[in-house]
Design a protein around this ligand. Structure first.
Ligand SMILES: NC(=O)c1ccc[n+]([C@@H]2O[C@H](COP(=O)([O-])OP(=O)(O)OC[C@H]3O[C@@H](n4cnc5c(N)ncnc54)[C@H](O)[C@@H]3O)[C@@H](O)[C@H]2O)c1
Length: 414
């Protein structure tokens, strides 16, 4: 892993508030901790954000005074160019020669209506100055990241990711030499480096516990029938969600967390409330009603209090560390997505088929790490990715049987 001392943090915001001041204002950490880092954080440069007022709640409009304007804001193409220039000059200024991960930790957007069937269609729409498609700012940040060879993580609940977007991050699409009619030509020079596209919406607190609790209930042989949950908090993210258009994006991901389990008879309800007095310290009540032996009901209630941001920030750190580590170990997009599925409420793209259970997801991470490092977590050597690929090739060509492949995969190299 890269040394944490070599890590650089920067970013954009549509508010001009300095970081140390923002940390003080939001009252998440003890004042003495804030005092120790406030000045240093105030020195971090915040770049002007690309934004579109129609995508976020009205409550955020008044503070949006630190935005890209003028020639850089005349079209989707100009906005993407601006974000790309920002990334390049930030890397130069901080002498960054390692991997960069761009994380959407900005306000939740309403869903975008723009749908594209391929990366070419997405890029052509952005390049066309006359286009009026409903392209969200988060899509522009994601596209700019791919073109610069940076990974992109969708930490919010909007529909930024799509098969067309994943296609753009696919290294086989961003080849150094592409046919003249490929839309990438319009954005040359672009990066052909490995970069991942991951999301959606960090699975930070009660959602993570909910999947672990349902895993536990199912392991007991119980059948969950009703999960009724309610949370309330009063931070700025929740204020943004008081607008109906952004709330619908959040509710989609909050209700859609059991993915593969397809609990058809499960009645899963979620309510969220904005209560300014309690700030960031979220309250979460969940009642689980399940059927046990002979259909007899089993009811369990959980109550959690925790600073919302304290739950989420470690996941942001994890995602940047894993992207760097996986890029440096030539891990495929598919493996990176399944290894990081534990970070997201709705794992997308290549992580879609991963079981939503927390322990299962940890297992996926361990498997990918073992493969990437050529040893298991107890330090015993295992086969490297190249060897595993060769074995799979042997099966697909009919040279060895699946049974023989399983035996080979279990070999311990000297
Ligand atoms: N537990 C958690 O905190 C948690 C969990 C999962 C997901 N999230 C998601 O993380 C995101 C951030 O949450 P938060 O509590 O820090 O919210 P916040 O409202 O405190 O911060 C969001 C910031 O994004 C800025 N912003 C909005 N649009 C922008 C744009 N187009 N470009 C640049 N900056 C922009 C806002 O000015 C604001 O400073 C939200 O999408 C939230 O849903 C948070």
């Amino acid at each position: 892993m890269a040394s944490a001392n070599d890590c650089v943090v920067g970013g954009w915001d549509i508010r001009p508030t300095k970081l140390g001041q923002a940390l003080y204002n939001c009252r998440v950490l003890e004042p003495d901790l804030v005092r120790q880092v406030r000045e240093e954080m105030d020195r971090v440069e915040i770049m002007e954000g690309v934004w579109d007022p129609s995508f976020i709640g009205e409550s955020q409009h008044e503070t949006a005074t630190h935005v890209v304007s003028g020639a850089d804001n005349t079209s989707t193409r100009a906005r993407v160019d601006r974000i790309r220039r920002d990334i390049r000059s930030w890397k130069e200024k901080h002498s960054v020669d390692g991997h960069v991960t761009v994380i959407w930790s900005a306000s939740v957007e309403r869903p975008s209506e723009a749908k594209y069937h391929s990366p070419d269609a997405l890029l052509n729409a952005i390049h066309d100055d006359a286009n009026n498609d409903d392209i969200s700012p988060s899509m522009l940040y994601a596209v700019a990241s791919a073109l610069e060879g940076c990974s992109f993580v969708n930490g919010g609940s909007q529909n930024t990711l799509s098969p067309a977007m994943s296609g753009l991050f696919d290294q086989s699409y961003r080849q150094p030499a592409v046919p003249p009619d490929c839309a990438l030509q319009k954005f040359a020079p672009y990066s052909s480096s490995r970069a991942f596209c991951l999301g959606t919406d960090y699975k930070a607190g009660q959602t993570k516990f909910k999947t672990a609790a349902v895993e536990y209930l199912r392991a007991l042989g119980l059948t969950p029938r009703v999960i009724a949950s309610s949370n309330h908090l009063g931070n700025n993210d929740m204020l943004n969600l008081t607008t109906k258009k952004t709330l619908s994006a959040k509710m989609r991901v909050k209700s859609d967390i059991f993915g593969l389990w397809q609990e058809e008879d499960l009645d899963h309800k979620v309510t969220v409330m904005y209560t300014p007095f309690i700030g960031d310290e979220k309250r979460d009540f969940v009642e689980y009603t399940s059927l046990g032996f002979l259909g007899s009901p089993h009811t369990m209630v959980t109550y959690t209090r925790c600073m919302d941001s304290i739950l989420c920030v470690p996941l942001m750190v994890d995602s940047a560390i894993w992207c760097d580590f996986f890029v440096n170990h030539d891990v495929s997009q598919k493996d990176a997505a399944r290894a990081t599925a534990y970070l997201f409420k709705v794992p997308e793209g290549d992580a879609k088929d991963v079981d939503p259970g927390f322990f299962h997801q940890m297992g996926q991470l361990e498997e990918v790490l073992e493969k990437a490092c050529g040893q298991n977590l107890d330090g015993e050597k295992t086969l490297k990715q190249d060897d595993l690929d060769l074995i799979s090739l042997g099966v697909s060509k009919g040279i060895i049987s699946e049974e023989q492949a399983t035996q080979l995969r279990g070999l311990t190299p000297k």
